[in-house]
Ligand binder design. Structure first.
Ligand SMILES: CC(C)(COP(=O)(O)OP(=O)(O)OC[C@H]1O[C@@H](n2cnc3c(N)ncnc32)[C@H](O)[C@@H]1OP(=O)(O)O)[C@@H](O)C(=O)NCCC(=O)NCCS
Length: 165
């Protein structure tokens, strides 16, 4: 039987394994590095739970964790209604469990948990295949820009010559 529940610090190994599977599917993790990644990701998830910086939900098929969604809290500069924000991420469903509404339900729960945890706004960076799910749940495109890590321009001086004296 498949059921959904909030994850806690005792689920960190399952969360790390699903994270590895997700990154492998996106070709961001090679199979040779998977065991080491799962070990370090397990520690990182543990740290996030210990510092109250994550909310996560999982779907279980009996004892096996088959899908997950998380949000990580972070601070931005202060606003009148607070500085705590959340980034939704780690939305992953094992291939055999897709197209049954699991991601939609898990994301819905995580949005509610992020709000309950004091997030002023929740952001995400969707993959193409998941964008429709988020749009149906109320996410809209914003004008967020990201610095291209390969770009050297951020290191170039904007002012060729600063006025002196
Ligand atoms: C993207 C991903 C999370 C979706 O998970 P999922 O559980 O299949 O998602 P849902 O079932 O909630 O929705 C997927 C589609 O199935 C449809 N669906 C939901 N329940 C259904 C059902 N019972 N019968 C048929 N279709 C159904 C939804 O309407 C949705 O349609 P869409 O493709 O037009 O958006 C999953 O494919 C995945 O893990 N992909 C790899 C990682 C990834 O891209 N993660 C997103 C990071 S932002």
């Amino acid at each position: 039987m498949i059921y959904l529940r909030a994850a806690d610090r005792f689920d960190v190994r399952s969360l790390a394994q699903l994270r590895a599977a997700s990154l492998a599917e996106l070709e961001l993790l090679e199979s040779a590095g998977q065991d080491a990644f799962v070990a370090s990701a397990t520690r990182e998830f543990w740290r996030l739970f210990a510092h109250d910086r994550i909310v996560a939900w999982i779907a279980c098929d009996d004892a096996c964790v088959v899908a997950t969604s998380s949000a990580v809290f972070y601070d931005r500069l202060p606003y009148p209604d607070g500085s705590r924000h959340a980034e939704l991420g780690g939305v992953y469903v094992l291939p055999g469990y897709r197209k049954r509404g699991l991601a939609t339900e898990l994301v819905r729960e995580v949005i509610a948990a992020a709000r309950a945890g004091g997030a002023r706004k929740t952001f995400l960076r969707p993959t193409k295949s998941a964008k429709a799910i988020y749009a149906r749940l109320g996410f809209v495109d914003t004008e967020l820009m990201a610095l291209d890590a390969r770009s050297a321009r951020a290191r170039e001086p904007v002012l060729a010559a600063l006025p002196t004296g």
